[in-house]
Design a protein around this ligand. Structure first.
Ligand code: ZN
Length: 420
């Protein structure tokens, strides 16, 4: 049995405001005891004692929109960066998953990938071949013919030939598509309910009919798995909720009415607002006035309306998670914290953003009783941060400030000096 004691911690438990001068005892893979420093007198029985000197102890985070094989994807004709063979894309997925872990993300939730890479990488991590985050695997996204990501502008190229997507038309094909992705290990099935969020078909068109939506949700729920839906418009958000979709991606046009429906239904939302912001900045930097193109203007509108509604969502306790389209030319893997910083800039209290990054993701994964907050009995997925991220969210983007990362009681990195 191993016993590790952290003392003098500024405890951010993933839910409540910081509690200074706290001790946390980790026994084997779990959190055994949380107490004020004054009450902790068990140092003699511990293998290691770390006096954190007021540094923050918080839960590991969950990256909720994960495309592990993406690198440098751009809005240009091919090559776009997904042409490499599956083995190479797997190496990229491994590299990026370990990069995310080094930034404190102990969990990843897939948001679509080809070649069943998520499920295979998950198996490799679980078998101990490599160290990496826990994964909720996704497979190919399901999309109707000619829809936004079945790019009509480059129809001869065919992104599906690179394994990233599966075309489905009609309820029967959606059911079969979902079942085949689940057969190959998808625990969450990604669909495109409408366009928008900077995709080439703008907003205002439905990608899927209601019977297609119902068929996929039923097929996935029948096997105890979850559906995540790319959606932009208010109508799309409300229809997806009605159909029983578990997680909304982007939801750019959501307003207070949508937030109320999101809360009432218990639907999770991954707003992933950094990607459109980064893309807009790129359009401006190009100097060709593309920020005033129909797509540029739609994106500006989306960003403004989203920034307006996020504080309302936070104040109502909506189940938002963090995660974004990392791996594009505008959003390289490793920049993960830019998204969190953007939410704070939009007026969401840092403590709420931390809750989105820690507590909600594992709940969506079905691991809410196991991880996501620092509570006695839960797995010890912990970060030690030099400073208090609830006062300065930027700290989480600086790896030098991440003094230690622990996953299920094992340090995956640490610069702490302990005493025996
Ligand atoms: Zn995505």
């Amino acid at each position: 049995m191993s016993r590790i004691l952290f003392t003098n911690a500024n405890l951010l438990d993933g839910d409540r405001p910081a509690q200074a001068n706290t001790s946390v005892l980790v026994q084997d893979d779990r959190i055994a005891r949380i107490a004020p420093d004054t009450a902790a007198s068990e140092t003699a029985d511990c293998d290691q004692v770390y006096d954190l000197g007021g540094a923050t102890l918080m839960p590991g985070m969950t990256q909720g929109h994960w495309h592990g094989s993406y690198r440098g994807i751009d809005f240009t004709p091919p090559p776009v960066g997904l042409e490499q063979p599956p083995g190479y894309l797997m190496l990229l997925s491994l590299k990026h998953a370990q990069l995310a872990l080094s930034y404190g993300y102990t969990n990843l939730i897939g948001a679509a990938v080809g070649d069943a890479l998520d499920a295979q990488l998950k198996a490799g991590f679980e078998d101990g071949l490599f160290q990496g985050p826990r994964i909720m695997a996704c497979g190919r996204w399901l999309i109707t013919t000619g829809d936004c990501n079945d790019d009509p502008h480059f129809w001869w190229w065919g992104i599906e030939s690179m394994g990233a997507q599966r075309i489905c038309d009609g309820a029967v094909e959606f059911r079969k598509g979902a079942r085949e992705e689940m057969k190959q290990g998808a625990e969450v099935v990604k669909i495109f309910a409408d366009g928008g969020h900077a995709l080439l078909y703008g907003k205002g068109h439905n990608s899927m009919t209601r019977d297609e939506l119902d068929a996929v949700v039923e097929a996935v729920h029948d096997r105890g798995r979850k559906v995540r839906s790319h959606v932009d418009t208010k109508a799309g958000v409300l229809t997806s909720i009605e159909a029983g979709v578990d997680l909304l991606d982007h939801a750019d046009e959501m307003d207070e009415e949508c937030i109320d429906a999101i809360i009432e239904s218990g639907t999770y939302v991954c707003p992933s607002m950094y990607f459109p912001k980064a893309l807009l900045e790129r359009l401006k930097a190009d100097g060709e006035g593309l920020e005033n193109s129909p797509m540029g203007l739609a994106m500006q509108e989306d960003l403004e309306s989203m920034a307006k509604v996020l504080p309302y969502a936070a104040s109502k306790g909506a189940k938002f998670i963090v995660g974004d389209d990392w791996g594009t030319a505008m959003t390289p893997h490793g920049d993960y914290n830019r998204e969190l910083e953007l939410y704070v800039e939009a007026g969401v209290p840092a403590l709420d953003v931390i809750r989105w990054a820690t507590k909600h993701g594992p709940e969506f994964m079905g691991l809410g009783d196991e991880t996501g907050t620092i509570e006695e009995g839960k797995l010890a997925d912990l970060l030690v941060v030099d400073g208090d991220p609830s006062k300065d969210i930027k700290l989480l983007g600086d790896r030098d400030k991440l003094l230690a990362i622990m996953q299920a009681g094992q340090f995956t990195s640490s610069s702490l000096q302990g005493a025996k």
